[in-house]
Design a protein around this ligand. Structure first.
Ligand code: AMP
Length: 191
């Protein structure tokens, strides 16, 4: 089983890179943001619960998020592992993931961190807002998401560094170059 946790601030390109990794590695991308958006679109109870948090750019409560991830990782296509994109985002989610993978008899192979400078990130997100029209890509929500990332998610970098799993990848290169670096990092972790 190969579980890869992709880290990076909003706008770092996690989603794009995770989709490419899915193709290149044959492992499913498990993106909690996408799962929430899917539930929102289908107006499920989970979607209704998540909506107010997402609209504000805040995190959906850990218990809800962890249950959703447990369900997704239990599905047959994740038998060989998964590329986690947007999860974990808090220390408590990271601990829950550790326990969850333990239940499956697996563990994290590597945690690549796609690093992009703060100014570049904001510019990218505003541009994405224009192109994709994502409801949570307006300026105020972007600012909240950045703050939430700094306060709640960035501490995970130290956490995974301490476990010897974190590897830095330069996210200010072309999309293909970032992908190449990610594939190398993942290959090296498998040796
Ligand atoms: P994303 O597409 O990853 O930027 O996620 C969009 C929104 O979904 C976030 O701003 C949160 O409101 C919610 N979300 C996604 N992943 C998580 C998570 N791991 N924990 C809590 N909320 C999340």
């Amino acid at each position: 089983m190969t579980y890869i946790v992709l880290m990076g601030a909003p706008g770092a390109g996690k989603g794009t890179q995770a989709k490419m990794l899915e193709k290149n590695l044959g492992l499913p991308q498990v993106a909690t943001g996408d799962l929430f958006r899917h539930n929102l679109k289908n107006q499920t109870e989970l979607g209704r619960l998540a909506q107010s948090y997402m609209d504000r750019g805040e995190l959906v409560p850990d218990s809800v998020t962890v249950d959703m991830v447990r369900d997704r990782l239990s599905q047959a296509d994740c038998d060989g592992g998964a590329i986690l994109d947007g999860f974990p985002r808090t220390l408590s989610q990271a601990e829950a993931l550790h326990d969850l993978l333990g239940e499956f008899g697996g563990r994290i192979s590597v945690v690549p961190h796609i690093h992009v400078d703060q100014d570049v990130l904001v510019a990218r997100l505003l541009k994405r807002a224009e192109i994709e029209g994502r409801a949570d890509d307006n300026e105020e929500t972007i600012r909240t998401r950045m703050k939430v990332y700094q306060e709640q998610t960035a501490p995970l970098l130290d956490y995974y560094q301490g476990k010897g799993l974190l590897v830095e990848v330069n996210g200010e290169q072309s999309i293909d170059e970032v992908q190449q670096d990610l594939l190398l990092v993942i290959q090296e972790s498998a040796v």
